[in-house]
Design a protein around this ligand. Structure first.
Ligand SMILES: Cc1ncc(COP(=O)(O)O)c(C=O)c1O
Length: 424
């Protein structure tokens, strides 16, 4: 087998250079531990950016994938396959306000990524207005620093110009305002009455810097969307599937029922699968032929997702994400207090947490220092070091990782570079 350096050298010739990649190749994982091609062990505190919900090589997930591969890998959407139907049933059941109540979001559409789940929401929103004869209602309201994906449709919603510059994205059809600023939302909606088909929002801005929605924000967005005839789309790609300590992040907010949510990342535990869940009234907007996906709802991906959800239910990982999130937050606050020249503090929900860097210290510098101490993390915006560990990470490994991060912070003697990002 090749080592890290050989793999990186080959990659530099054959891969499109659109990623900034660490000079390691991961070859194996077990729970929250992974090993690189040189045999070095790391604690995985990013879990593929909120993807490896059960950590690595969970036996039940491995078995589900192997069994399904041996039975049938692909069927097309020209016929039914049971895992996708069972998965839809389970995902919508998590939107029941009580065990006896009907699901608030009752239908699922499957795709292969977060971007595609958002794309489906974009098409749903516009098509619904079109079918109602409202041809002017094509505009979206989204937020600065939002991240919704990189397809031409999703790009227009993503609220950071560096992602869409030069691509000719449909940004004129989206208005971005400050996250949390209800007055700005109101003004935007009032300025173009009858033009907005949807408001699109993350319950916690993930890529934008692990920024939880202020209390009441989503509820007010719901009212404003209703008052202006727009849908409320909640992007749960990063926050969904238990990450914040509820099945879906919007459930942190009393009285909010979205019209649709987008899911992906943690849903397949590492197998690519995305989903859009919608309210019953919106079923029928996407008619046969108007939208679809070759791979979407594929039995391999949906069996994997079902296994993830079964383990999560059995091991009560949603509740655990909440309790473990509090533990992680307390430990991170401690580390921040011990290194006030590096960190400004921590924020987040459940096991989606960020450490805010002091101006002048780049999160990437801490990321590299942590990796040198054997901990894998990601950054969210240039100023936030992001923690998205597996939801079943043992507390001993989490604590071991925090010790290593503390040592990594101590190894950074002085602020290392000027940050050009404005503080939020
Ligand atoms: C909130 C949110 N929406 C959408 C996406 C896009 O998902 P994907 O990369 O699976 O296409 C991401 C990815 O980071 C995300 O965090």
């Amino acid at each position: 087998m090749s080592n890290n350096a050989e793999i990186a050298a080959l990659a530099s010739h054959v891969l499109v250079s659109n990623y900034r990649q660490a000079p390691i190749a991961l070859v194996r994982g077990q729970g929250a531990e992974v090993w690189d091609a040189d045999g070095r062990r790391y604690l995985d505190l990013y879990a593929g950016i909120a993807v490896s919900t059960l950590g690595h090589a969970h036996p039940q997930l491995v078995r589900a994938i192997a069994d399904q591969a041996a039975a049938i890998l692909h069927t097309t959407n020209l016929v039914y396959n049971e895992p996708s139907v069972r998965l839809a049933e389970r995902l919508v059941s998590y939107t029941r306000p009580s065990p006896e109540a009907a699901p608030l979001l009752s239908r699922a559409f499957f795709c292969n990524s977060g971007t595609e789940a958002i794309e489906a929401c974009v098409k749903l929103s516009r098509r619904r207005a079109f079918l109602a004869g409202e041809n002017k209602r094509t505009r979206f309201l989204a937020f600065h620093n939002a991240f919704h994906g990189r397809s031409m449709g999703a790009l227009a919603l993503t609220g950071t110009p560096k992602y869409w510059e030069g691509f000719g994205a449909d940004v004129e059809r989206a208005t971005h305002v400050a996250y949390g600023d209800l007055d700005a939302v109101q003004v935007a909606l009032d300025t173009k009455p009858g033009e907005y088909c949807a408001i699109v929002v993350e319950p916690v801005q993930g890529e934008g810097g692990v920024f939880p929605a202020p209390p009441g924000f989503l509820r007010e967005l719901r009212s404003l969307a209703d008052a202006h005839g727009a849908l409320l789309i909640v992007d749960e790609v990063q926050t969904g599937i238990g990450r914040t300590g509820r099945w879906y992040g919007y459930q942190q907010h009393e009285g909010v029922v979205p019209d649709a949510i987008a899911l992906a990342k943690g849903l397949g535990g590492g197998v690519p699968v995305g989903a859009m869940l919608v309210r019953e009234q919106l079923n029928g907007v996407l008619t046969p032929g108007s939208h679809g996906s070759t791979f979407g709802g594929n039995p391999l991906a949906t069996s994997a997702a079902l296994a993830v959800l079964e383990v999560m239910e059995h091991e009560k990982l949603v509740q655990r994400a909440s309790a473990m999130g509090e533990h992680l937050a307390a430990r991170l606050r401690d580390v921040a207090a011990r290194h006030p020249d590096i960190f400004e503090g921590e924020r987040g929900l459940g096991l989606l947490r960020g450490m805010l860097m002091r101006p002048g210290v780049e999160a990437r510098t801490m990321l590299v220092a942590a990796r040198a101490k054997g901990v894998l993390l990601s950054v969210a915006s240039e100023r936030v070091l992001r923690f998205t560990p597996p939801l079943n990470i043992p507390v001993e490994l989490l604590d071991e990782a925090i010790e290593a991060i503390d040592a990594a912070a101590a190894s950074l003697t002085a602020p290392v570079s000027e940050s050009t990002l404005p503080s939020r």
